[in-house]
Design a protein around this ligand. Structure first.
Ligand code: DC
Length: 229
């Protein structure tokens, strides 16, 4: 069967990764969560003291970029791929609000993007990949056969993230999560390098009022139509 590239972009907490994971599993494709890679770089910057109230020490972070090794390894318990930063499993830490609060600023740095985009292009070179992020259909794989652009209201998205954080044991206030979602939307869509944009050939998918099953069925059918064409 023909293998294709599936690019899923959109605002934060639109459920991109849930759909992407399901799709990859069903099609027996590789799933790449590119947001996890930006989160891991943000964690590296935090842990090395490159982020203060004054902002990110861009010069120091760029200087240390070659020492950052990012990889995904399968977690036998969850069946998903965990993010590793320089050999250490950081899957849980990268999802905390501490990282979410700074990741968009780190992801706006061109040198960071260049390094991660190159790695993502290598990971998807053989096709048979479902990649989710912000610039997959526009920059990483502009020739992807299937491009989706996921949207949902900021409140719905913040509520989903809030529940995830609570379930993960973090004590958070809904308003803080909403502020973080709105702030990241703003930074991600207005940054100079590869802003979050809907590719002209992407299918827009508003899932504010759609259950997971219905979303999956529709998207899986889009994919099948292309694969079987
Ligand atoms: O998908 P996420 O919320 O885990 O992404 C974390 C941050 O990384 C998000 O604020 C924007 C950035 N990002 C990006 O700029 N480009 C990508 N391809 C993926 C994520």
């Amino acid at each position: 069967m023909k293998k294709i590239t599936i690019a899923i972009d959109g605002f934060s907490s639109t459920g991109k990764s849930t759909i992407a994971k399901q799709l990859a599993k069903k099609l027996n494709y590789v799933y790449v969560d590119t947001g996890a890679m930006y989160r891991a770089v943000a964690l590296f910057a935090l842990n090395n003291g490159f982020i203060s109230e004054k902002g990110v020490d861009i010069v120091k972070l760029i200087e240390k970029l070659p020492t950052i090794d990012l990889s995904f390894k399968r977690n036998e318990t969850s069946g998903n791929a965990d993010m590793y930063l320089n050999g250490e499993n950081v899957e849980k830490e990268i999802r905390t609000l501490r990282v979410s609060n700074v990741v968009s600023t780190v992801a706006a740095i061109s040198e960071v993007r260049k390094k991660l985009v190159e790695q993502q292009q290598i990971m998807g070179a053989e096709k048979g990949v479902v990649m989710d992020g912000r610039d997959i259909g526009t920059v990483v794989f502009p020739d992807a056969e299937l491009k989706l652009f996921m949207t949902a209201s900021a409140e719905k998205r913040a509520f989903r993230r809030y529940k995830e954080l609570l379930d993960g044991g973090e004590s958070v206030v809904f308003e803080d999560v909403l502020k973080n979602v709105q702030n990241r939307d703003h930074i991600d869509s207005t940054r100079e390098d590869s802003p979050l944009l809907q590719a002209p050939d992407a299918i827009e998918f508003d899932n504010s009022d759609m259950g997971l099953e219905e979303q999956f069925e529709r998207i899986y059918n889009f994919a099948l139509r292309i694969i079987e064409a």
